[in-house]
Design a protein around this ligand. Sequence first.
Ligand code: TXA
Ligand code: MG
Length: 533
Amino acid sequence: MKTLYLKAEDKDAARVSARILKDGGLVAIPTETVYGLAANALDPEAVKSIFEAKGRPQDNPLIVHVSSLEEAERLVEKMDPRAYALAERFWPGPLTIIMKKSDIVPDAVTAGLDTVAIRMPSHPFAAEIIRLSGVPFAAPSANSSGKPSPTNASHVAQDMDGKIDAIVDGGECEVGVESTVITLATEVPTLLRPGGVTPDELEEVLGKISVSHAVYEKLNEGERVQSPGMKYKHYAPSAQVTIIKGSFANYEKFLKAQNDDVCAVCFNGEGRNFNKFIEYGVEGNSDTQAHRLFDALREVDEMGCARAFVRCPETTGVGLAVYNRLLRSAAFRVIDVDIDIPVIGLTGQTGAGKSTFAELLKEEGYYIVDTDILARKAVESRAVIDQLCKCFGEDIAENGVLDRRELARRAFSSPEKTELLNSVTHPEIIRLTIEEIHRAEAEKARAAVVDAPVLFECALKDMCNFTVCVTAPEEERIERIIMRDSISREDAILRISAQKSEKYYVEKSGIIIKNGQNDDMKIQLVKLNERID
Ligand code: TXA
Ligand code: MG
């Protein structure tokens, strides 16, 4: 299909669009929130083609757009008095109201639900084509399902060119995130999706409202949802997105510790601190963030980075909408980099007695973060397995379970492949490590001790206030390895020679703990306690 490109300010654009809609076609149009992919809401065939063009799951209902209260009244069983009050205050504008539907609304629009979502857009072009066509239009955001919603015509073209009849360019959308969705079909009005109209504003009209927990949290497996749209991964660029909570100073430190293939998605004026960055609005000004957000997420992909770390927005007012969209684009991955507990790195050569020392620390009230365990946990994550499959072949996992042996065989076949493996697993290990450090914080531990054999080779070292290394004479280490792993002397020596020298560890560490036959580690613990307390 050849897509027709129109400009909203052109004399004929509204008339041509209205004609296409009337004839059962699809037109992407500007609204004040995001671009919508419109079809005649009363024509089931036309509505079906929306789902096809977007690749949208069939059970996700659409919003019907009207230009008058009379039109809204026809779509519902009975207009709720509270809907009149909401309309009076917020229509036309970025608010969608859900009520029991009337018979004229096709099942294709509501995905078989007995309710319908209605909104009166304030964008003059959207309003005009409803008037000209004489029919309300159903319109989801005009993106491919799962991608960030489009806030300008070129975003729409990226996803929809050749799939729909026309795209109308009306410049940038003012609000930038989709409408607020509230349902009046529940006993207490419930906010299903935050947007340009804030919870406080809604309460001014409705009194107490409730907020669906899906606004903030991941749904449980198999949970029934009030708004089907909330269960899908959404607003996601191809890059892996993570929200970073905390001060700018800690954000910067965290990002600097990552490899080069990352993009800082930060507030205006902060970008110059990073190699690759995208700024998404003014800190503390949610309107500017909402306006920029989706464009920024699309830019992440144009930049081609594997991972993006987004500064966490405020979560009040319109900020709640920004946060809600980011949570979904990040598949709920949030890292809090404000750490209020000392973090100590613990490392050393194999056989030196790192684990024995860790046991001692535990008795003294330290919280041990065992990164070996976290490394194993990391490769159980669905997202990590998916990525590993992409890098090392689909056949390294079966039914979501990783074949570790085969992965090791392929990943350790060359330094480049090992590097690739690390680039996939390290970010997840770091995320899990920080999660554990927060647990230590919550348990009021003396300090968190990150026990990591390869501490100095990865970003974990940058999170530690200082590092402790455990050393022991080589001959004693050989003996311990032979005992511990039941291997031959030759193999034990081989293992030791594959590691970095003692000098390497010692030079990089703030405290050295000696663990030879005649050393008492318990006495040496004082050095550490003094530094912490
Ligand atoms: O700002 C907007 O609302 C934009 C513009 C184009 O108007 N439209 C939009 O539509 O965001 P869409 O399809 O991307 O999102 C509609 C949301 C989905 O989460 C859907 O599940 C929910 O509204 N929804 C629609 N009808 C519903 C119903 N009857 N009950 C519960 N949720 C409903
Ligand atoms: Mg959408």
